[in-house]
Design a protein around this ligand. Structure first.
Ligand SMILES: Cc1cc2nc3c(=O)[nH]c(=O)nc-3n(C[C@H](O)[C@H](O)[C@H](O)COP(=O)(O)O)c2cc1C
Length: 208
């Protein structure tokens, strides 16, 4: 009898936690189309006024693939020093904070709730539909000093941010990469470990 009650209890805990974790399966990203590269470069710019209109899941999938998706079996749309691929892209929406799993094309829920305001010290971060937070996992990198690892991660992250700029220019979306972030506070909210460092954030949305 005791065993029966225990198994019912375990089953109900498992069911509850899978209901609580609201992972988002993205549609396959579209890898063709868009504006010609030279046009996208000509239209790349920073935008700081966004409407509250949401991106749909197809746009989100395409954006994240352009940013840091796999374009070969184990390599990505942006380079990384010694192919360490230490960067993780977190997606912050009004629903929660998610980790982009590029292999599965899934957003893995990390924290429920609206923490957009914490992704930056500028007001638009709180109301734009989407903020990306780029986090380097220093444990994935070649042994070196913390400063040297962060310097390398900063460069690697620049390629990802530029991919997002070009995707946004191509799709008529607005974006701005942002270093003006309270990293300590945000890292706590995101439940990052000591080897994870926030590099920059990037707001994305429809320009107002
Ligand atoms: C590493 C980095 C950090 C930045 N941080 C911010 C920021 O915190 N807030 C902001 O509004 N713009 C930020 N920017 C955007 C720059 O201000 C912008 O790129 C610059 O003014 C040139 O404008 P453009 O991007 O339209 O060419 C940052 C850009 C870079 C590369």
């Amino acid at each position: 009898m005791k065993q029966f009650i225990l198994s019912i209890l375990i089953m109900s805990i498992c069911t509850t936690s899978s209901i609580l974790a609201q992972n988002i399966e993205l549609p396959p990203s579209q890898k063709t189309g868009g504006k010609p590269l030279m046009t996208a470069l000509n239209e790349r710019r920073s935008t700081r006024e966004f409407s509250t209109k949401e991106l749909n899941n197809q746009q989100l999938s395409n954006l994240l693939w352009a940013a840091w998706g796999y374009n070969r079996s184990d390599k990505r749309t942006a380079p990384s020093s010694m192919n360490k691929q230490e960067l993780d892209v977190y997606v912050v929406t009004k629903a929660g904070i998610y980790l982009y799993d590029a292999k599965k094309n899934v957003l893995v829920e990390k924290v429920k709730g609206d923490f957009r305001a914490q992704t930056g010290k500028q007001a638009f971060a709180a109301t734009a539909p989407l903020n990306l937070v780029y986090v380097a996992d220093l444990n994935k990198m070649t042994p070196a000093s913390k400063e040297s690892k962060i310097a390398t991660a900063n460069i690697n992250c620049g390629f990802v941010a530029q991919n997002v700029y070009l995707y946004c220019a191509s799709e008529g979306l607005g974006t701005v990469v942002r270093g003006y972030v309270d990293r300590e506070k945000l890292a706590k909210t995101m439940q990052l470990s000591s080897n994870q460092v926030i590099i920059v954030a990037q707001t994305i949305g429809f320009p107002k």
